[in-house]
Write a protein that binds this ligand. Structure first.
Ligand code: 13P
Length: 340
């Protein structure tokens, strides 16, 4: 392992004013997204859609890296250029989702464990050869009555750390993503309590597995109320509680933290990130690694029609630009209105 090179990539992933585009929806998830806009989920349609994002020259100025799904990393653009080359030409680093989704966790009703460790040591060198310089593994923790359990938090943290160590020996920067879902009716303080637990367990396991913190990026959820909660927290409360939590849990050796959007509205995800960066004085960079909060607008605009590609690219560029500003703490709500 060359830690200096891993650190260089990790720092580039969280470079000022730039963040990560999560375009790594599994075939099942992208089908759901395409169903919502009335587009058939064929290999060509998935390629055309993702190609339009990667070819958004203006939008990609705010994107440091792109997380790809296995299918996409091997795909070629319509003109025969490998999509990985399109991404590199746009100035971004290609990355790869390497987890294989979740499976029920035995004896833990309602809880899941992320699969994919078994053949990972063989798969990583192939992804490196194909151009991937970072990877992603998502652990999923749900909040409900009686869950999460210690079994679930521990098992998922352990798997994340095993994955991260395997990435680093293969010269790939691991994005460590323990996602506490915002699906429930819990309030922000319950989210804060569970996320603190999950982050502390995750960093303990990273330590036990000898992961070099300088060569990784953390991708957490924010401290936020569940979608069905009667008590929605303000932007300031989310920002303050999330920053306080991260300071308590994330060592300063980690170069950067790139949040998932997790079902927040596009503008909320931007406003929260911006408010955190406005607090300032942080030991790590705080940026975005959004899927839905970057793609919902361009997907809707595109709707599977070639004629809509320029408008969809404009919609993507707008969200990338807004989040790029939020990563600097320079976003303002009226910039959204101007664009509308
Ligand atoms: P969302 O921003 O849509 O939550 O997706 C980010 C991601 O990569 C989840 O694994």
């Amino acid at each position: 392992m060359n830690l200096a090179d891993l650190n260089k990539i990790a720092c580039a992933m969280v470079a000022p004013g730039r963040g990560i585009l999560a375009a790594d929806e599994s075939t099942g998830t992208i089908k759901k997204r395409f169903d919502a806009i009335g587009v058939e989920s064929t290999e060509d349609n998935r390629r055309d859609y993702r190609e339009l994002l990667f070819r958004s020259a203006e939008g990609m100025k705010h994107i440091s890296g792109v997380i790809l799904y296995d299918e996409t990393i091997w795909q070629k653009a319509k003109d025969g250029t490998p999509l990985v080359e399109v991404i590199k030409k746009a100035g971004a680093i290609p990355g790869i989702k390497v987890d294989e989704g979740t499976k029920p966790l035995p004896f833990c009703p309602g809880e899941v464990i992320t699969a994919g460790l078994d053949k990972l040591a063989d798969r990583l060198p192939k992804y490196y050869e194909q151009g991937a310089r970072f990877a992603k593994w998502r652990a999923v923790i749900d909040i409900a009555a009686g869950i999460p359990t210690h079994t679930c938090v521990w098992a998922n943290a352990h798997a994340l750390a095993r994955y991260a160590a395997l990435c680093q020996v293969n010269q790939i920067v691991p994005i460590v993503e323990p996602e506490v879902l915002m699906d429930g009716d819990h309030d922000i303080d319950r989210c804060l309590q569970v996320t603190t637990w999950v982050l502390k367990e995750t960093f303990q396991q990273l330590y036990y597995n000898k992961v070099a913190l300088e060569g990784m990026v953390l991708k957490p959820n924010m401290a936020i109320a569940g979608k069905k909660s009667a008590k929605k927290a303000s932007v300031e409360e989310v920002a303050e509680k999330t920053v306080k939590m991260l300071k308590e849990c994330v060592p300063g050796a980690v170069p950067g933290i790139a949040f998932l959007s997790g079902g927040q509205s596009d503008e909320e995800a931007t406003a929260h990130l911006d408010a955190m960066n406005k607090i300032g004085g942080l030991p790590w960079k705080l940026t975005f690694s959004y899927g839905r909060a970057l793609q919902a607008a361009p997907q809707k605009t595109w709707a599977g029609k070639a004629a809509n590609v320029p408008a969809a690219q404009k919609a993507f560029t707008h969200r990338a630009e807004m989040n790029g500003l939020a990563a600097l703490g320079q976003w303002k709500a009226d910039l959204e209105k101007k664009a509308a």
